[in-house]
Design a protein around this ligand. Sequence first.
Ligand SMILES: [Zn+2]
Length: 74
Amino acid sequence: MVILPKLRCPSCGRAMGPVEVKEVPPANTYDECLRRCPRCGVGATNAKNPAKVKYIQSDRPRDIPPEKPGPATD
Ligand SMILES: [Zn+2]
């Protein structure tokens, strides 16, 4: 078992992890990151050493409901 230590989201400061996994897959995209902040769409790569962690910004829209267009007023 490998434990990826807890990190803080660089955007909002929330804790991400720790995560316990059997194997550590390489993370090249947000979706492959085991530690993620869904609120900010920020993923931390799967490096065990926090100094080597890189942060990946999701290219998906954040988990916020889209703004509805307001009623047309004239
Ligand atoms: Zn965050």
